[in-house]
Design a protein around this ligand. Structure first.
Ligand code: HDD
Length: 753
C-alpha cells in the first residue's frame, strides 16, 4: 500500500490549549440551548465584586486567559437555529406561495440569513490590512524592577498571555503575503495591570519623522487613486515621487529595499518597537528604552524572483507557514531585548533619539535580553480574533511611558480613532480578543454594541450613591512621567533631525556583499517601474549622499548617468559614532542551526528508487523537516522496487518556490520522465537560481545538467550536492547544507539559469 510523508508531528497538547482535553461535545459554556444559563451571565471585560450588587460578572474573560469558553460556539451535535434561537426546519428553500410562486416577505428566516450575510464585511485596516495572528505568552527572565515597575517584568519566570499579529503594510486584506514591504509586528500583552500593546515593525526605523506626514506617505504608497494600481507594491511613481522629496526616508528605504522586506517566514524576522520609549521604576526614575524582538530561528529572507513567483503559487505563504508551524507544535519563539540608556547619554549622540528614522546602534548600547515570547496557539476564528484585534500605540501600563517622539505622538491619537470606524463604535475594547485580563471599571457608558450590563445608579464621579466607586488609584495607578516642559509653541524640527544620511550609509556598509547587491537590485527593480525619469533621477541623487557605490550601481542598472548629489539640509553633518555595525546584517542571526519546519521536496516519478527516497525522507523528518513527495501528478507512483509512493504534491500544485530544498533520488526511468518534463527542469532551475540546497543521487545528476546547471566535481557551491554513493551519507550533507538556508556564493547577475 502507498505510504505518505504527511505524518507531520501533530501537536499533542493542542486539545489542552483549547480546554478540550476531557471534553465531550459541545464545549463547556458554548452558547447553545443546552448551555447552563449562568454561563451566559458574565460580561467580557467588566467585573463587579461589590457585595452590594452581588456576584454579577467574572472578571477577565479573555482570549488569552484560556477562559474563552463563554464566547466559544461549537455547533457539533446541535440543531440549526435563527439568531433568536428558534430552530430552523428547512435551510434549503425560501418560503413561497406555491412551489413556483413568488417568495414571501414574511420569510423572516430567509431575511435574517441574507441580512446578516449582507453585513459580514467590516472595513479593512487603512494600513496593515493583511495580517496573521497567534496566541502565546511572554516569560520574564529576570526582574527588571531596577528600571520599570511594569508588572510583566516584575518576577523571574512570570508568564503573561499575549496575542501577536504580523502584517504587510500597503496591500489590501486579500493581497499576497510576499510583497516587498515592511512587516507589522504587533504584540498585545494582557498584563495583570492592563493591556500593553507594543505595536512595532520588522524594521527599527520609519519613513518619516512626524505624524503630520503619515497620511501623505500612505497615500503615496497605496495604489494610485485614479486606477487603483498597483496592488501591494511600492514600485510605482507616486511612492518614489514622495520619498524622493522626503530625504528623511533614505535610511528606511535601505531597510525596505533590503531582503528584510521579503521575509522567508514571520518566524524568521526581528521586530522592533521603533520609537524610544521610557521605563519608569517604583521610585519614579526614568530611563530611555528601545525594544527588540529576536527570532530563535534566526533572520532569513526570500529572494526577489522567488517572492514574485510565490505571489502566484501561494499568496498565503507567510500565513500558512505560521499556522502550520504552530499546528505542528513547532512553536515560534522570540527573545525580547531592551536597549536602556539615560537621557544624558542620549544628549551626546550624533543623532536624536526622538527621531524615528534613527536607530541606536548596538555598539553604543547593547541589547539585553529580558524575556521570551512563544506563540503556541492558532486562533479559533480568524475574524473574531485576528481581524477584530485592535492594537493601539497608546496602550501602555504603569512602568512604561512615552517620549516626545513626534511620530509617536500622532500614533497615540490614531489607533483608537481608526478603530472606532473600523470596528463600528467605541466599545471594541469589549470584544473578547481585546478585553484586558485586568478588571475594567469606569463611568463610560453606552454606545454601539455595548456588551457590559452596568449595574447601579452612579455613572459619574465623584458620587456618594455608588459609595464613591470606582475610586481613583492614586500613585498605585498609571502616573505619567513628569517630564519638565517649557518651550514656545512652534511647528518645526530640532537640528539633528535634519541629518538624513549617516545611518543610511551605516546600514548599507554593514551588509554582507550579497545583501548590498540585493539592495541595489531592489532599487533598480522598483525604479525601473517608475515612468517619470525625473523621479528616478531624484532617488539616485538622494542615494549619492548615502553611498556612491549604491548610487552608481543603481544608475547603471537603470541605464542612466549619475546625477548630481541632492543638496543636503545641513552644511556640516554631525560625525557618526561608528562606520560599521555587523549586527545590522541578516547574517548576524543564523538561527539555531537546525532544519525544523523547513520544507523539502523529494522529486519522484515512475521508476524512482524507493529505498533511497524513503531513507532520505525519514532522516529529514526525524530532524523535524517537512517532507513532500513531488511527482508529475499526485497519487500513487510506482517505484523501481515494485512498491509505491503516494505523491502528496505535484510539480504543478507545489512549484519549487514553496520549498527550501530539493532531493532527486536515483532511478533511470524516473530521471528520463523528469528530464522530459519542462516543469521538473523549471523546478530544478528555480531551486538553483534561488540558491537553495539541491541533492542529486546517481542518475539524477542528468536532470541537473539537462536543466542547464553545471555539475563540477570540486565546486565551491556547498548547496549543490551530487552523490554517486548511498542516500545515507548524502542525507547528512544535505541536512547541513539545508541548515544554512541559502548558498549565495552561487548567485550571479544576470542569473545563469
Ligand atoms: Fe501604524 C496600524 C505599526 C506609524 C497609524 N501600525 C499599524 C499596525 C502596525 C503598525 C504593526 C497594525 C496593527 C495590527 O496588526 O492590527 N505604525 C506602526 C509603526 C509605526 C507606525 C511601527 C512607526 C513607528 N501608524 C504610524 C503613524 C500613524 C499610524 C505615524 C498615524 C499617525 N497604524 C496607524 C493606524 C492603523 C495602524 C491608521 C491602521 C489600522 C489600525 O491602526 O488599527 O491607526
Amino acid at each position: 500500500t502507498a505510504r505518505m510523508a504527511q505524518e507531520m508531528p501533530y501537536n499533542p497538547t493542542k486539545a489542552k490549549e483549547h480546554g478540550r482535553e476531557n471534553a465531550t461535545s459541545p464545549l463547556p459554556g458554548a452558547v447553545t440551548p443546552s448551555a447552563p444559563r449562568d454561563a451566559l451571565a458574565s460580561t467580557p471585560s467588566e467585573a463587579n465584586h461589590t457585595a452590594k450588587y452581588g456576584d454579577a460578572a467574572e472578571s477577565g474573560v479573555n482570549a488569552a486567559g484560556g477562559s474563552l469558553n463563554r464566547v466559544r460556539a461549537d455547533s457539533s451535535g446541535q440543531t440549526l437555529t435563527t439568531n433568536q434561537g428558534v430552530t430552523v426546519s428547512d435551510n434549503q428553500n425560501s418560503l413561497k406561495a406555491g412551489l413556483r410562486g413568488p417568495a414571501l416577505l414574511k420569510d423572516f428566516i430567509l431575511r435574517e440569513k441574507i441580512t446578516h450575510f449582507d453585513h459580514e464585511r467590516i472595513p479593512e485596516r487603512v494600513v496593515h490590512a493583511r495580517g496573521s495572528g497567534a496566541h502565546g505568552y511572554f516569560e520574564c527572565y529576570e526582574p527588571l524592577t531596577k528600571y520599570t515597575r511594569a508588572s510583566i517584568f516584575a518576577e523571574k519566570g512570570k508568564i503573561t498571555p499575549l496575542f501577536t499579529r504580523f502584517s504587510t503594510v500597503a496591500g489590501e486584506r486579500g493581497s499576497k503575503d510576499t510583497a516587498r514591504d515592511v512587516r507589522g509586528f504587533a504584540v498585545k500583552f494582557y498584563t495583570d495591570e492592563g493591556n500593553w500593546d507594543l505595536v512595532g515593525n520588522n524594521m527599527p526605523v520609519f519613513f518619516i519623522q512626524d505624524a503630520m506626514k503619515f497620511p501623505d506617505l500612505v497615500h503615496a504608497v497605496k495604489p494610485e487613486p485614479h486606477h487603483a494600481m498597483p496592488q501591494a507594491a511600492s514600485a510605482h511613481d507616486t511612492y518614489w515621487d514622495f520619498v524622493s522629496l522626503m530625504p528623511e526616508s533614505t535610511h528606511m528605504l535601505m531597510w525596505q529595499m533590503s531582503d528584510r522586506a521579503i521575509p522567508r517566514s514571520f518566524r524568521m524576522m526581528q521586530g522592533f518597537g521603533v520609537h524610544t520609549f521610557r521605563l519608569v521604576n517604583e521610585a519614579g526614575q526614568s530611563v530611555f528604552v528601545k525594544f527588540h524582538w529576536d527570532p530563535k530561528l534566526g533572520t532569513h529572507s526570500l529572494v526577489w524572483d522567488e517572492a514574485v513567483k510565490i505571489g502566484g503559487a501561494d499568496p498565503d505563504f507567510n500565513r500558512r507557514d505560521l499556522w502550520e508551524a504552530i499546528d505542528a507544535g513547532d512553536y515560534p519563539e522570540w527573545e525580547l531585548g531592551v536597549q536602556i540608556f539615560t537621557e544624558e547619554e542620549a544628549e551626546k549622540y550624533s543623532f536624536d533619539v526622538l527621531d524615528a528614522t534613527k536607530i541606536v546602534p548596538e555598539e553604543l548600547v547593547p541589547v539585553q535580553p529580558v524575556g521570551r515570547m512563544v506563540l503556541n496557539r492558532n486562533p479559533d476564528n480568524f475574524f473574531a480574533e485576528t481581524e477584530q484585534v485592535a492594537f493601539c500605540a497608546a496602550h501602555v501600563v504603569p512602568g512604561i511611558d512615552f517620549t516626545n517622539d513626534p511620530l509617536l505622538a500622532g500614533r497615540i491619537h490614531s489607533y483608537v480613532d481608526t478603530q472606532i470606524s473600523r470596528l463600528g463604535g467605541p466599545n471594541f475594547h469589549e470584544l473578547p480578543i481585546n478585553a484586558p485580563l485586568a478588571p475594567v471599571h469606569n463611568n463610560q457608558r453606552d454606545g454601539m454594541h455595548r456588551q457590559a450590563i452596568h449595574r447601579g445608579r452612579a455613572s459619574y464621579e465623584p458620587n456618594s450613591l455608588g459609595g464613591g466607586c470606582p475610586f481613583q488609584a492614586g500613585t498605585a495607578g498609571f502616573v505619567s512621567f513628569p517630564e519638565p516642559v517649557q518651550q514656545d509653541e512652534v511647528r518645526g524640527k530640532p537640528e539633528k533631525f535634519a541629518e538624513h544620511y549617516n545611518q543610511a550609509r551605516l546600514f548599507y556598509e554593514s551588509q554582507a556583499p550579497f545583501e548590498q547587491q540585493h539592495i541595489a537590485d531592489a532599487f533598480r527593480f522598483e525604479l525601473s517601474k517608475v515612468t517619470v525619469a525625473a523621479v528616478r533621477e531624484r532617488v539616485v541623487s538622494m542615494l549619492r549622499n548615502a553611498s556612491e557605490d549604491l548610487a552608481s550601481k543603481v544608475a547603471e542598472g537603470l541605464g542612466m548617468p549619475l546625477p548630481e548629489a541632492m543638496p543636503k539640509a545641513l552644511e556640516r553633518s554631525p560625525e557618526p559614532e561608528i562606520e560599521q555595525s555587523p549586527r545590522l546584517s541578516l547574517t548576524a542571526r543564523p538561527g539555531d542551526g537546525g532544519i525544523r519546519t523547513r520544507k523539502v521536496a523529494i522529486m519522484i516519478a515512475a521508476g524512482t528508487d524507493g529505498a533511497s527516497a524513503w531513507t532520505i525522507a525519514n532522516a529529514l523528518q526525524a530532524e523535524g523537516a517537512v517532507v513532500r513527495f513531488v511527482g508529475p501528478r499526485i497519487g500513487p507512483i510506482a517505484t523501481s522496487d515494485g512498491d509505491q509512493i503516494d505523491a502528496d504534491a505535484s510539480l504543478e500544485n507545489q512549484p519549487a518556490v514553496l520549498f527550501d530544498g530539493v532531493v532527486v533520488p536515483d532511478g533511470a526511468d524516473a530521471i528520463g520522465i523528469l528530464v522530459a518534463d519542462g516543469r521538473a527542469r523549471e523546478f530544478i532551475q528555480d531551486q538553483y537560481r534561488h540558491c537553495k540546497t539541491i541533492l542529486a543521487l546517481g542518475n539524477a545528476a542528468t536532470l541537473l545538467t539537462q536543466s542547464g546547471i553545471e555539475v563540477t566535481p570540486n565546486s565551491q557551491d556547498k548547496g549543490l550536492l551530487i552523490s554517486a554513493g548511498g542516500a545515507k551519507e548524502a542525507t547528512q550533507k544535505f541536512i547541513q547544507a539545508l541548515a544554512k538556508h541559502r548558498h549565495f556564493e552561487r548567485e550571479t547577475l544576470p542569473p545563469k539559469v
